[in-house]
Write a protein that binds this ligand. Structure first.
Ligand code: DX5
Ligand code: ZN
Length: 221
C-alpha cells in the first residue's frame, strides 16, 4: 500500500487575530500544506470562533487549500456559504445531525472534498455506512471547542481502527487537538497522515515549528 504524504495543517484558531493575513502568509512561507479553519457556534461546542467573512478575507492571501472544520449544528444550511467563501474541504461532525449521508452528498455536490470528524466518545462505527462518501476522517484527539488542550492517549487506538476501516481507500486520516512534537509521532505511527496543530505552530517560530513537527514524525517513523 502506498504511503500517503504527511500534511501539516496549522489551525489559525491559535494565530494572532489582529494580524491574521500575515499569519497565514507566514505559515505558507514555512511550508505548511493546508490552512485549518475551526468554525465554532457556541452551541455544538461551548465556544464561538469565526465564520465565512474571515475566510473570505483570507482567501486572496494564500494558495493553500482551506481545510474547514465545522463545529456547528446544524451544518447543512451553511455548507454552500462555506464553499462560496473558499473552502476546499468541508468537515462536519458525525454528531452534528441525524443525516450525515445527506450532508456528505451536499458537500460533494458543491464540488468540495468531504470530511467527517469523530469526537473522542464517538465510535468509528458512526462512519462505516458512509465510508465511500469520504475524502477525510478527522479523529478528534481532544474534545472540540478550545485550542491548547492535551492529546487523549486512548485516541491512538481509534486511529488504528479508522486505518483498518479505510483499508487502502483514497481517504486522509487527520488528527486535531494537542498535536505537538511529542504526540504527532504517536498519531502518525497509528495511521494518521494529516496533522492539525494550533498552539504548537503559532506560539513559536512558525516555520521552525512546522519543520520540527515533520522532523519528529520522520525520526520516529
Ligand atoms: C479544537 C480545534 C483544534 C484546535 C487545536 O476544537 O478543532 O483545531 O485549534 O489546537 P491545539 O493544536 O492548540 O490543540
Ligand atoms: Zn479543528
Amino acid at each position: 500500500m502506498k504511503q500517503r504524504p504527511l500534511i501539516i495543517a496549522p489551525s489559525i484558531l491559535a494565530a494572532d487575530f489582529s494580524r491574521l493575513g500575515e499569519e497565514v502568509v507566514a505559515i505558507e512561507k514555512g511550508k505548511a500544506d493546508w490552512v485549518h479553519i475551526d468554525v465554532m457556534d457556541g452551541h455544538f461546542v461551548p465556544n464561538i470562533s469565526f465564520g465565512t467573512p474571515i475566510m473570505q478575507s483570507l482567501r486572496p492571501k494564500t494558495k493553500m487549500p482551506f481545510d474547514v472544520h465545522l463545529m456547528i449544528a446544524p451544518a447543512d444550511p451553511y455548507l454552500s456559504a462555506f464553499a462560496a467563501a473558499g473552502a476546499d474541504r468541508i468537515t462536519v461532525h458525525a454528531e452534528a445531525g441525524p443525516h450525515l449521508d445527506r450532508s456528505l452528498q451536499a458537500i460533494r455536490a458543491l464540488g468540495k472534498k468531504t470530511g467527517v470528524a469523530l469526537n473522542p466518545a464517538t465510535p468509528v462505527s458512526a462512519i462505516e455506512q458512509v465510508i465511500d462518501r469520504l475524502d477525510l476522517i478527522l479523529v478528534m484527539t481532544v474534545n472540540p471547542g478550545f485550542g491548547g488542550q492535551s492529546f487523549i492517549p486512548a485516541m491512538a487506538e481509534k486511529i488504528r481502527q479508522v486505518k483498518a476501516l479505510v483499508a487502502g481507500r483514497d481517504i486522509d486520516i487527520e488528527v486535531d487537538g494537542g498535536i505537538t512534537k511529542d504526540t504527532a509521532p504517536i498519531a502518525v505511527k497509528a495511521g494518521a497522515n494529516v496533522l492539525v496543530a494550533g498552539n504548537a505552530i503559532f506560539k513559536g517560530d512558525h516555520a521552525a515549528e512546522i519543520k520540527a513537527l515533520r522532523g519528529a514524525c520522520a525520526i520516529n517513523a
